[in-house]
Ligand binder design. Structure first.
Ligand code: GAP
Length: 449
């Protein structure tokens, strides 16, 4: 983990947010390469979930949330972790994360009994900071999918089964954020709510577990570091009839990368006028605030039915950590020298190709390199970098370390002889000459997902 964290800072993937003022615990910023990697991971998810299917629509809803949404969803009552205080040093801990009954900071056994600590961040919408202006930062993207269910249905005329996909920020006031970008207070989720007919939910649940494992494999996450955890009944979230977690062997231990839950008709039911699936609080039993019926009319049965929903919910930041961990390797070369390589899948690489002029002060070579960069950039595979630092060997090593799959070197032969460039492969370090005119096809071969 330390090596990854150091690489992320050194090469501009991830920085501690606000660190010139000491940082803010559990909050990170993505740097020039991190933003590309993260965007590429999200694009791969969106492609698989929305573009490659014909039964999913997209959504991008607001982060600021009306508290009633999170009241009827059950989050106000139940979205908490068990908090304990150390009576000796006043440190606070998540009870279920303690290895034993002692304070990890000072070793004191004097801890308070656990009490629920709600993880939602509150703010005020508008200039008056009173209860009427309370708003939450959403703790999951899912709820806005449910509250938009009718809008999406009405604007697209979907029938079951169909899904709504969303990628976006979520916020949780984690008691003890830790392990770099694994457990943070501000993060992103990639969530699909896939609505199905009751009775078909369990088969769809299994299908989505497999689909998600396959997708992680395509991102370069090896199956031997993934495991499925079928969450036992006593650990299930309040909305779930069954959850399967995809666990990944992170550098700090095996933990959840994605959860795939069968949320039944719980959420659509809870947000429907006059109904509630909630049993946890009598006050919430009947929804008197919603003006909507989040259901579909069943023509055969001549009745309204609330669909069931299967939810694959993945963390973007945990995904970034997993693909970085998978990709990172240090090799010893025949010469005895070491090289650090990020063997990222080409579609995830922050820089797809670097175009390097052999001589930075040779106008013909530089102009040619710039021209190649411009043409390859226009193909739309992602960032192509023109880089005239002059030292080709060092350039290759630097690009190995940030995962650039190919480097293209423009030299005298290019401009004076045959209009070919040297293409150097990150993984094999093999070099070959490719005609400039063939580069678009070469790139397409490499980067078409
Ligand atoms: N809508 C369902 C839901 O939010 P969850 O298991 O609480 O379920 C889903 O969260 C995913 O979001 C997790 O599998 C994880 O990848 C990510 N996630 C949750 N809390 C996180 C945190 N504090 N930091 C980073 N990622 C987090």
């Amino acid at each position: 983990m330390e090596e990854l964290v150091a690489l992320c800072k050194r090469r501009g993937f991830v920085f501690q947010a606000g660190d010139i003022y000491g940082g803010l615990q559990g909050v990170y910023d993505y740097g020039p390469l991190g933003v590309e990697l993260k965007n590429n991971l999200k694009a791969a998810w969106w492609r698989a979930m929305v573009y490659e299917r014909d039964d999913v629509e997209g959504l991008d809803a607001a982060i600021l949330t009306n508290p009633k949404v999170l009241h009827y969803s059950g989050h106000e009552d139940t979205f908490s972790d068990p908090l304990v205080d150390c009576l000796a040093c006043h440190a606070r801990w998540r009870a279920d994360h303690l290895a034993d009954d002692r304070c990890p900071k000072c070793g004191s056994p004097k801890l308070t009994p656990p009490r629920p600590f709600n993880l939602m961040f509150k703010t005020h919408a508008g200039p008056v900071e009173d209860a009427a202006a309370l708003a939450y930062l959403r703790p999951e993207t899912a709820q806005s999918i449910f509250t938009n269910f009718k809008h999406v249905l009405d604007s697209t005329s979907r029938r079951l089964p169909f899904g709504i996909a969303q990628i976006g920020k979520a916020f949780r006031n984690e008691i003890t954020p830790r392990n770099f970008i694994f457990r943070v207070r501000e993060f992103e989720q990639m969530e699909l709510e896939f609505f199905v007919a009751p009775g078909e939910d369990e088969a769809w649940h299994e299908e989505w577990v497999q689909a998600r494992l396959d997708w992680w494999a395509r991102q370069g996450v090896e199956s031997n570091r993934l495991a499925l955890y079928r969450v036992p009944a006593e650990e299930l979230a309040h909305y779930s009839k069954g959850t399967v977690d995809i666990m990944y062997r992170f550098p700090h231990g095996t933990e959840e990368l994605e959860g795939i839950a069968n949320r039944t008709d719980f959420d659509l039911g809870s947000h429907t006028k006059g109904q509630s699936a909630l049993d946890i609080d009598a006050a919430v039993k009947s929804n008197s605030d919603s003006n909507a019926r989040l259901a579909m009319f069943d023509q055969e049965a001549k009745a309204w039915r609330v669909p069931y929903v299967i939810e694959p919910s993945a963390g973007v930041d945990r995904g970034v950590l997993a693909v970085l961990n998978e990709a990172y390797r240090v090799e010893t070369l025949d010469t005895g020298a070491e090289r650090t390589v990020l063997g990222l899948k080409p579609h995830l690489a922050p820089i797809k190709a670097a175009v390097l002029p052999l001589k930075r002060n040779h106008p013909g070579i530089v102009a040619k390199a710039r021209d190649i960069k411009r043409n390859l950039q226009a193909l739309g595979f992602g960032r192509v970098l023109f880089e005239d630092t002059g030292n080709i060997g060092k350039g290759y090593r630097r690009h190995d370390e940030v995962g650039t799959p190919i480097c293209l070197t423009v030299d005298f032969q290019t401009v004076e002889e045959d209009d070919t460039v040297t293409v150097r492969d990150r993984d094999t370090m093999a070099q070959s000459r490719v005609a400039v005119g063939d580069l678009p096809a070469y790139m397409a071969d490499y980067f078409t997902p």
